[in-house]
Design a binder for this molecule. Structure first.
Ligand code: CP
Length: 306
C-alpha cells in the first residue's frame, strides 16, 4: 500500500474514483449543523507550508478538525527554517512529535517525494513547485462529476499559465485517466514543450481551445514566478487569452467556469464570468474540504493500493 499522496501521476483511475466517492460521502457531513465526526479521532495532522496559501491550508485544517484530529500549522516564515534548519530536519522534527499526516507545500518540485520515504507519517503533497497539486485536481474532478455526471468524452479546456502550473499537471493526469478529452491553451511562452505527450491537445489561441468545451478552467497568471517577460503585459494577456462573456459563448451552453484560485480578476476571466451563472468557483472551494477529508481518511485506513 502507498502511505502517501504525492501526485495523481502514480495513482490508478480506480483509486481516484474511490477518493471521489468517499469525498461525496464526506460532503454530506459538511451539510450538517454538527460537522464533528470521529473519522480521525486520536490522529495528528500537521500542515507544513513553505509557500502562501488560503484555500489549501485552511481546508486541510478544517477537514482535520471536522474529523476530530489534532491539527497544527507551521509556516516557513514563523519557524526555525528562518534559522537555517533544512527541510529534511524540519520534517523529521515534526514526524518525531507523533504526527500521523504531514501536509506539505513547497516551492521546490519533488520536495514531498524527498520527505515521504524519510518519515513514518503519511505525506500529502499540497503543491510542489511546478510539479503537482493533487488535492486541487481531485476537488476540480469532484465538482465536474457532480455537475456533469462523469468524465468520459467530456471536453475540458484549461487556459492560462500552463508552464508554471502544478494544477494543470495533476488535472491532466487525473482527467485523462478517467476518460476526459483535455485541451490546454495559452501563450507559446507559457506552454511547456511536450505537453502533447501527456495526451492533451495544445492550442496557442483561446478561441480554438475553448470551442465546444464542457468545462472552461482558468489558471492564474503566476506573477511571482515570472522572472522574465513571458508576455508583453497583463493588459495584452487579457486581450488575447482572457475569457469574457463573448468568448465564453464559444464553449457549450452551460459549460462550467472553473478556477483553482486565487483569481486575478480581469486577467484570466472578466469579473462578469467569475461571478456569472456558469461559475462554480465557490463550489470548488467547498469540495476542497470534502476531498481533503476523504484523502486523509483513506490514508489513515492504510493508504492507496500499489
Ligand atoms: N488553489 C490553491 O492552491 O489556492 P491557495 O494557494 O489559496 O491554497
Amino acid at each position: 500500500m502507498k502511505k502517501d499522496l504525492l501526485g495523481l501521476k502514480d495513482i490508478s483511475a480506480k483509486e481516484i474514483e474511490n477518493i471521489l466517492e468517499t469525498a461525496g460521502t464526506m460532503k454530506l457531513i459538511l451539510g450538517q449543523p454538527n460537522k464533528k465526526t470521529p473519522h480521525l479521532q486520536g490522529k495528528t495532522v500537521v500542515n507544513l507550508f513553505y509557500e502562501n496559501s488560503t484555500r489549501t491550508r485552511l481546508s486541510f485544517e478544517l477537514a482535520a478538525k471536522y474529523m476530530s484530529a489534532n491539527a497544527a500549522n507551521i509556516t516557513a516564515s514563523g519557524s526555525s527554517v528562518q534559522k537555517g534548519e533544512t527541510l529534511i530536519d524540519t520534517a523529521e522534527t515534526i514526524n518525531a512529535m507523533g504526527t500521523d499526516i504531514l501536509v506539505m507545500r513547497h516551492n521546490m518540485s519533488g520536495a514531498p517525494h524527498l520527505i515521504a520515504p524519510l518519515v513514518s507519517a503519511s505525506v500529502i503533497n499540497a503543491g510542489d513547485g511546478m510539479d503537482e497539486h493533487p488535492t486541487q485536481a481531485l476537488l476540480d474532478m469532484l465538482t465536474i462529476k457532480e455537475k456533469k455526471g462523469g468524465f468520459k468524452g467530456l471536453k475540458v479546456a484549461i487556459i492560462g499559465d500552463i508552464y508554471h502550473s502544478r494544477v494543470v499537471r495533476s488535472n491532466v493526469y487525473g482527467l485523462t485517466k478517467l476518460g476526459a478529452d483535455v485541451s490546454v491553451g495559452g501563450p507559446t511562452t507559457l506552454m511547456p514543450p511536450g505537453m502533447e505527450r501527456l495526451g492533451v491537445k495544445v492550442f496557442n489561441n483561446v478561441e480554438d481551445a475553448i470551442k465546444d468545451a464542457d468545462v472552461v478552467m482558468g489558471l492564474r497568471i503566476q506573477l511571482e514566478r515570472q522572472k522574465k517577460g513571458l508576455f508583453p503585459s497583463i493588459r495584452e494577456y487579457y486581450r488575447f487569452f482572457g475569457v469574457d462573456n463573448e468568448r465564453l459563448k464559444l464553449a457549450k451552453p452551460g459549460a462550467l467556469v472553473m478556477h483553482p484560485g486565487p483569481v486575478n480578476r480581469g486577467v484570466e476571466f472578466s469579473s462578469s464570468v467569475i461571478d456569472g451563472e456558469q461559475s462554480v468557483i465557490n463550489e470548488q472551494v467547498t469540495n476542497g474540504v470534502a476531498v481533503r477529508m476523504a484523502v486523509m481518511y483513506i490514508l489513515s485506513r492504510g493508504g492507496f493500493e500499489d
